[in-house]
Design a protein around this ligand. Structure first.
Ligand SMILES: [Zn+2]
Length: 105
């Protein structure tokens, strides 16, 4: 029997079940047994190899986005500014209330 070449867009039949494991595989949070299964499968399945590569890229991009620490001095300044703005707003509202309340008599 001739070996049949799948079109590249077709999903590997194992992808559905492996999809769940791939992210854990990349996080290294799967068991040794599962890791070997995944790696064996990746060796002879280009479809899944591509999927894992894609996940890896996305994961790296995501972690780069998350790992932008805000310096504590900036955090402090933001908080101070916010508090000041809130105080100003509250003060203005109170002043308005006083004017309205004491308008007529
Ligand atoms: Zn596969």
């Amino acid at each position: 029997m001739k070996s049949y070449q799948k079109p590249s867009s077709a999903k590997c039949s194992a992808t559905v079940s492996f999809d769940l494991i791939f992210s854990d595989y990349l996080d290294r949070s799967i068991s040794e047994h599962q890791r070997i299964l995944v790696e064996n499968h990746l060796t002879d399945c280009p479809t899944c190899r591509e999927a894992v590569e894609e996940m890896k890229t996305i994961g790296e991009m995501a972690s780069e986005l998350v790992e932008v620490p805000i310096p504590s001095s900036v955090q402090q300044r933001l908080r101070d500014n916010l508090r000041k703005q809130l105080n100003d707003q509250l003060f203005k509202q109170e002043a308005k209330l006083v004017v309205i309340g004491g308008g007529r008599s």
